[in-house]
Design a protein around this ligand. Sequence first.
Ligand code: DX5
Ligand code: ZN
Length: 220
Amino acid sequence: MKRIIAPSLLSSDLAFLYRDIEMLNNSEADWLHIDVMDSSFVTNISFGSLFIQYVKKYANKPMDVHLMIMHPERYIEQFKKCGADHLHIHYEACIHLNRTILSIKESGMKVGVAINPHTPILLLQDLIKEIDFVLLMSVNPGFSGQKFIRNTYKKLEETKDLILKKHSSALIEIDGGINLENASFLFKNGADILVSGTTIFSNDNPKKIIHKMKFGDQSS
Ligand code: DX5
Ligand code: ZN
């Protein structure tokens, strides 16, 4: 279990983006999570590759890019060029998922498959050996600040079982509604990576929250 923290810039104060990137550079955060939305797969519109290009210029940590867009295969090269290190695509948004996974790997990025709260884990059984991450959505994608869906605990168990059964080395990433309480439980129960927006950025001391989320239940 890795205890990786990936703060989601969707909840940062974009008017002070450089300040927040610097804060993350100097924090115990491991990656920067960037949510790309197209108003089609989800109703919201957020960032594109230009945004990522500028974040990359100042960030000193890997860029974990979560595509909430239809037909993500159209943009693999674009996201590679602007500096994405990991590219997550949604199971629900890809018709030729196997081909898209291979293209992302060929481009040199790590690949994750994200699944919505209603999508069964079993649907990943034929591709779990091919991917670097399973991204379990613990809210319905599209917005920060939503409540954690408790059924995710069951899905975490099912994902662990599937990874074991298929001898996969995929890491388990969980995204949405993460707070200090559920973070500790999720890490103890097999999550490797937690994405968190509101809990980190709405606090006056985000670095302290990142530390607590990562180690809070191990030290004080
Ligand atoms: C939701 C996004 C999340 C979001 C998390 O669609 O994928 O990454 O920014 O934000 P919180 O932690 O506020 O739920
Ligand atoms: Zn996300």
